[in-house]
Write a protein that binds this ligand. Structure first.
Ligand SMILES: Nc1nc2c(ncn2[C@@H]2O[C@H](COP(=O)(O)OP(=O)(O)OP(=O)(O)O)[C@@H](O)[C@H]2O)c(=O)[nH]1
Ligand SMILES: [Mg+2]
Length: 451
C-alpha cells in the first residue's frame, strides 16, 4: 500500500477502526438504484481504482476530465477519475457513467471484482470520506437525511447540516473548552512557580457560556427530530363523527371506508401528507365508545394509544350532537377540536367547523394546521436531528455542569479538568473527531450501497 492511499486527516485520532488496521482496499458498488434507467453510475474507490479503469477500458484519463471510452464488458461509458485527496472520499476514485441497464452494471461491477476490488458495504464511500477528514460524522449523517428527505424543508435542514451548520456550533463550543483546558493544564504544570494562566472567574464565565450554548443546542433536538422524522396527527372522536371522511378529504382519495354505520373503522388507516413543509402521517381511527364487540374495542384501544403518542390530535365532534359525556376530550387536552357536518348544524361560536360534504372550513382547518406545524415543529438551521447527536450534547451539558460545580466548590484544577475533558470528548464524538467503531457501524449500516 502506498503512503498516499492511507487515510490522512483525522487518522491520528482514530484508534479502533478496522480499515486502518488492514491496508486500504479498493471497493466497488453501483451508486444508482438497480433498474432500467437512462444512465447508471458505478463507483470504484481506493488505491487500485485507476488501474482497474485502465484494465476495463485501456484508458487512463486525466483527473477530473470526463472521458468517453469503450469498456470490454459490453458497454461504453463516461469515466471520471479523481486523484487523492481531491475526491469525495479523499482516496483515488473512479466514477463510470454507463447506460442504465442492470445487466451492464452487474458486468462492470463483477469485472472490477475480478480485477481485485471488493464489493462496498452500505455507506462505505461516505465512511471513507469521514475517515479521511473530508467531512465529519454529522455531515455524513446529513447526507443520508438529505437522500431520505421528502419535503423541501427537510432537505433544507439536511443541506444546512451537510454544509456544516451544526458542526460549526459544536466546534465553536469545543474550541472554547479547549482554551480553558489548556490554561488549566498550564497552571497545573507550573503550579510551583505560582503562575495563574486563567483566573477562576474567567474560567467560570467561559464554562457558564459553554453551558448556555450547549443547552440551546440541546433544545433544538425536538424540532430537528420532528423535521427530519416527520409528525403524526391522529383523528379521534366518537363513532360517525366524520373521521374517515376527513382523512379521505385530506389525502384526496377514498383511502378509508365511509358508511353511515357507527363503528365502521376498526384498524388505524394511515396516510402521509405535507403540512407546513413537513411530512405528517395522518391516522384515522376507530370511533371512541364502549363496545361489546371485541374487534371494535381493540380498535378503540389502538385509537387511544395512537393519540397518546401523536404530536397532533384532531378531535372531531358532530356539530348536530355537540360534546357528550361519552367524549374523551379531557384525556387529550392539547387536541384541536373540530366540529363536523356544519352543513347540518352550525359549530359553536368561535370553534373550528368543517363540512366535507359542502366543502366548508377545510381550507381554514388546513391553514391552522399549517401554522401549528410551522410554529411548533419546524427546525432552525443547525438543529440536532437524531438520538446519537442528542445524547452527545446531553453528556456534554452534564459534564459542564459538574465542572462548574467543582469550580464553585473551590476544587483543584485536576478535578475541574476531568469534567472538561469529558465535555470535550462528548463534542468530539458528536462530530466524529473522536471515533468509535460501534458508532460508525450503527451510522453507516443505514446508508445505501454505493453512497
Ligand atoms: N352531511 C354530512 N355528512 C357527513 C359529513 N362527513 C361525514 N358525513 C357522513 O357521516 C357518516 C359517517 O362518516 P364517517 O367518515 O364514516 O365517520 P367516522 O367518524 O369515520 O365513523 P366510524 O369509523 O364509525 O368511527 C357517513 O355517512 C358520512 O357520509 C359532512 O360533512 N356532512
Ligand atoms: Mg371511520
Amino acid at each position: 500500500m502506498s503512503d498516499e492511499s492511507r487515510p490522512a486527516g483525522l487518522s491520528s485520532l482514530i484508534t479502533h477502526h478496522s480499515s486502518l488496521i488492514t491496508p486500504l482496499d479498493t471497493i466497488v458498488a453501483p451508486a444508482t438504484p438497480l433498474g432500467r434507467s437512462a444512465l447508471a453510475i458505478v463507483r470504484i474507490d481506493g488505491p487500485r481504482s485507476a488501474e482497474i479503469l485502465h484494465s476495463l477500458s485501456g484508458t487512463a484519463p486525466e483527473p477530473r476530465i470526463a472521458t468517453f471510452t469503450q469498456l470490454h464488458t459490453l458497454d461504453e461509458c463516461v469515466a471520471v477519475r479523481y486523484a487523492a485527496p481531491q475526491s469525495f472520499t479523499g482516496n483515488d476514485l473512479v466514477e463510470l457513467t454507463l447506460h442504465g441497464s442492470p445487466l451492464l452494471v452487474e458486468r462492470v461491477v463483477r469485472a472490477a471484482v475480478d480485477l481485485g476490488a471488493r464489493l462496498a458495504e452500505p455507506g462505505e464511500f461516505t465512511e471513507r470520506a469521514v475517515l479521511n477528514g473530508k467531512i465529519d460524522l454529522v455531515q455524513a449523517e446529513s447526507i443520508a437525511d438529505l437522500i431520505n428527505s421528502r419535503t423541501a424543508l427537510q432537505a433544507k435542514l439536511s443541506l444546512g447540516n451537510l454544509q456544516g451548520a451544526l458542526s460549526r456550533k459544536a466546534a465553536a463550543i469545543r474550541q472554547s473548552l479547549l482554551f480553558v483546558i489548556s490554561r488549566l493544564e498550564a497552571a497545573l504544570d507550573f503550579s510551583e512557580e505560582g503562575y495563574e494562566f486563567i483566573a477562576r472567574d474567567e474560567a467560570r464565565e467561559r464554562i457558564a457560556e459553554a453551558i448556555a450554548e450547549t443547552h440551546a443546542l440541546a433544545e433544538t433536538y425536538r424540532r430537528g427530530h420532528a423535521t427530519t422524522s416527520g409528525l403524526t396527527a391522529v383523528i379521534l372522536g366518537r363513532p360517525n363523527a366524520g373521521k374517515s371522511t376527513l382523512l379521505n378529504r385530506l389525502v384526496g382519495s377514498d383511502r378509508a371506508i365511509v358508511t353511515p354505520i357507527p363503528g365502521t373503522t376498526r384498524d388505524i388507516v394511515r396516510e402521509t401528507i405535507d403540512i407546513g413543509g413537513l411530512p405528517v402521517t395522518v391516522a384515522d381511527t376507530a370511533g371512541l365508545r364502549q363496545s361489546g364487540d371485541i374487534v371494535e374495542s381493540i380498535g378503540v384501544d389502538r385509537a387511544r394509544d395512537a393519540a397518546r403518542n401523536a404530536e397532533i390530535v384532531l378531535y372531531l365532534v358532530d356539530a348536530s350532537f355537540g360534546l357528550t359525556a361519552d367524549d374523551e376530550l379531557s384525556a387529550f387536552p392539547a387536541a384541536l377540536v373540530v366540529y363536523t357536518k356544519t352543513d347540518l348544524a352550525p359549530a359553536p361560536a368561535g370553534a373550528i367547523g368543517i363540512s366535507v360534504t359542502a366543502e366548508q372550513g377545510i381550507d381554514d382547518l388546513l391553514s391552522r394546521l399549517d401554522v401549528l406545524v410551522r410554529e411548533n415543529f419546524t427546525a432552525p438551521e443547525g438543529s440536532l436531528v437524531n438520538e446519537r447527536q442528542r445524547m452527545a450534547v446531553a453528556e456534554c451539558e452534564s459534564a459542564l455542569g459538574a465542572a462548574l460545580a467543582s469550580l464553585d466548590e473551590g476544587h483543584e484544577e485536576q478535578v475541574v479538568l476531568v469534567d472538561l475533558y469529558r465535555a470535550s470528548t462528548a463534542l468530539g464524538l458528536l462530530t466524529g473527531a473522536i471515533t468509535r467503531e460501534d458508532v460508525f457501524e450503527e451510522i453507516f449500516s443505514k446508508f445505501c450501497i454505493g453512497k
